[in-house]
Ligand binder design. Structure first.
Ligand code: PBG
Length: 319
């Protein structure tokens, strides 16, 4: 009989034979920025706040001090409209925050900008609609491309389109190249499912749809082939890396994507997953570390998580 217990005999054995060790550099911290002057805690996401632009660099520095190497900026604007035009406002909270962070931490942190319309449209949808009520794809791609160029000009290292519109990466790549931002990369949320686990985020980003849902453009949880096809298409169109989302419900997709494609594959541990870890009914620290280790074991190179600062501190503690 093969006695596998021999590999687990002590903490030293377990660490020695672990194949998925977490480090703070594998965590990406989401940061919400709004136009108010004060920080406002997000009720649905314990421990997460919307920050004013003036305080955002301090958050980024704190993350860096803990060993985190990337942040993902979400703008939460006051102005919403049918065309979501404030997404391309160089004076909007996202662009100003990106600039602040880059001015303060420079190349010490990789800054990603979430590129989507849902915080900027009056419908709360990731797309712009025709009067008939169907998605106006070319207007949406134009708006996304303008938003991405604004974020790149503000200094984002990568734009991260989370809209799930067909052709988004090609449209954004072309706009960045024509706009003189050829060095700005694209980390596409290519495999983004229509998930109930995004619930708490919609409060954070004030992006709940006013009608219908996102099932017409995000991937149905029953399909894996669509996720892989979406990743392949986005890579052909110029994505530098891809995100699988939500995290734990998509371990199979993460595993398939990381073995099939020779690009970095990231996971997003989304708001609902985070809320469950924070629920108080399981051990938060153990369960969070276990989830992140599982995502990493499943193929995630980096995981985007609201717990990034806590986890980095725990990892640093245990060294
Ligand atoms: C914007 C966006 C969403 C998330 C990241 N970017 C919400 C959505 O698609 O409804 C979800 C993040 C989370 O739940 O933590 N399109």
């Amino acid at each position: 009989m093969r006695r596998l217990h021999r590999l687990r005999a002590s903490a030293a054995h377990r660490e020695l034979f672990s194949e998925a060790r977490l480090s703070p550099a594998q965590l990406c911290l989401p940061l919400f920025v709004h136009e108010r002057d004060d920080a406002v805690p997000i009720e649905a996401l314990a421990g997460v706040s919307r920050w004013p632009v003036a305080q955002i660099a301090a958050q980024a520095k704190q993350a860096r001090a803990l060993g985190i190497r990337s942040v993902l900026v979400f703008g939460v604007p006051e102005a919403k409209s049918a065309g979501g035009t404030s997404a391309a406002d160089p004076d909007g909270p996202a662009a100003r925050a990106i600039k602040e962070i880059k001015d303060e931490v420079g190349d010490d942190l990789v800054v990603l900008a979430d590129t989507c319309m849902c915080s900027y449209t009056d419908t709360g949808h990731c797309a712009i609609f025709k009067p008939s009520g169907t998605i106006d794809l070319s207007a949406t791609l134009d708006a996304l491309a303008r938003a991405a160029l604004t974020q790149a000009e503000a200094g984002a290292d990568f734009v991260a389109p989370s809209d799930m519109m067909d052709g988004h990466v090609a449209a954004i790549r072309a706009a960045l190249d024509q706009g003189g931002c050829g060095d700005t990369g694209i980390i596409s949320y290519a495999a983004k499912y229509a998930s109930a686990f995004y619930g708490p985020f919609r409060e954070a980003a004030a992006s709940a749809p006013t009608h219908g849902d996102r099932r017409g453009y995000q991937i149905d949880p029953g399909s894996r082939t669509q996720a892989l096809a979406s990743i392949q298409r986005d890579l052909e169109d110029g994505a530098d890396a891809v995100i699988v989302k939500p995290g734990l419900p998509c371990l199979d997709v993460l595993s398939a994507a990381s073995s099939r494609f020779d690009v970095p594959v990231w996971a997003y541990q989304v708001s609902g997953e985070y809320a469950m870890l924070k629920s108080g009914v399981i051990d938060e620290r153990q369960a969070t570390l276990e989830s992140l280790t599982a995502l990493h074991r499943g193929g995630a190179g980096v995981t985007i998580t609201y717990a990034a600062m806590d986890v980095a501190a725990w990892l640093n503690d245990s060294r």
